[in-house]
Design a protein around this ligand. Structure first.
Ligand code: CUA
Length: 325
């Protein structure tokens, strides 16, 4: 896979331009910046000159204020109006381009959840990273499982809120293969700054092969490996550590087969049924000392996937091995 373009490819203000709309966004930004700098300098210079030139001096009294000056007033009204219309025209045109995906856009479903992203491809495969083919319009149809998040890919110049209870959309067309950063840009709780993912732009023809290979992981991997992958990809590790530290949820170090104290004071053994129930009905038996904040995975994990996660939590090395690939 091609390395991400050198950060030097970006400008002083901006990261590299990797989408078809990026140069328009940057052009408008630079245009508004130049106007702002021009008027800032003009106003400050004129102000300083006038303060010095017309300051109060001994023996001179203030003159009466002048009456209207129609040409001057028309000038200082007309020029800003013209500038604002130009900014509106290019801003609105750019907005329409960004809001209207081409009819042949490839659709990927996105879900934001405290605190990870999941990307569902047309064949049903779910990944923690956004994989796309280069030079092809992509439409993201996005929703949130809990609070407002915001999907932000600086190199594409796209940022769109992801809101619970409705779908929001954003589209882009990547122009350069490589691996880029994807952020959450809306403060969504303690794990907000960990809510990261990669965008992998595949060279021509390689995206389909990647999707085919990645989708078959339940067949090609052992249940333990598949469980490890699901644990990382589906957001489990954002809240459950495997090293004994408590995060938003209890650690899953050595959990399998051991007693767990629940919030009502009773104790259960964490067996297959307990883990399965905790995934599908997280609020049913909450571990003492934790809030019932975990979202349900009912309908989001297949039986074979739940089984793989159980196998992973059983495996002795499951508790120690962490792989962030
Ligand atoms: Cu999700 Cu910030």
């Amino acid at each position: 896979m091609a390395a991400a373009p050198d950060p030097e490819d970006g400008s002083f203000w901006m990261p590299p331009q990797i989408s078809t709309i990026a140069s328009n966004v940057d052009w408008l930004f630079n245009f508004i910046l130049a106007i702002s700098v021009f008027f800032f300098v003009l106003i400050v210079v004129v102000m300083v000159v006038f303060v010095l030139k017309y300051r109060r001096r001994a023996g001179e009294s203030a003159e009466a204020s002048p009456n209207h000056n129609l040409p001057l007033e028309l000038t200082w009204t007309g020029i800003p109006v013209a500038i604002v219309i130009v900014i509106f025209f290019f801003g609105f045109k750019g907005y329409l381009d960004m809001a209207t995906p081409p009819a042949n856009a490839y659709e990927i479903m996105v879900e934001g959840q405290k605190w990870n992203w999941s990307f569902t491809y047309p064949n049903g495969y779910v990944d923690a990273n956004l994989h796309v083919p280069v030079d092809r319009p992509i439409q993201l149809v996005m929703s949130s499982a809990d609070v407002i998040h915001s999907l932000y890919v600086p190199v594409f110049r796209i940022k769109q809120d992801v809101v619970p209870g409705r779908y929001s959309k954003v589209w882009f067309e990547a122009t350069e293969p490589g691996e880029y950063d994807l952020f959450c840009a809306e403060y969504c709780g303690t794990g907000h700054s960990d809510m990261l993912a990669h965008v992998v732009v595949h060279p021509p023809g390689e995206f389909e092969a990647w999707l085919e290979q990645a989708s078959n992981f339940l067949e090609t991997m052992s249940p333990v490996d598949a469980g490890r992958k699901l644990f990382q990809v589906r957001g489990c590790m954002q809240c459950h550590s495997l090293d004994g530290t408590a995060k938003t949820g209890p650690t899953l170090l050595n959990i399998f087969g051991h007693p767990v104290t629940l919030s009502d004071g009773t104790t259960v053994i964490a067996d297959e049924n307990y883990i399965r129930e905790s995934i599908l009905e997280p609020a049913a038996q909450v571990v003492a000392g934790f809030e019932p904040v975990m979202p349900t995975f009912q309908g989001r994990l297949k039986d074979a996937e739940i089984l793989a996660i159980i196998e992973y939590l059983k495996a002795p090395e499951g508790a120690t091995q962490e792989d962030n690939s």
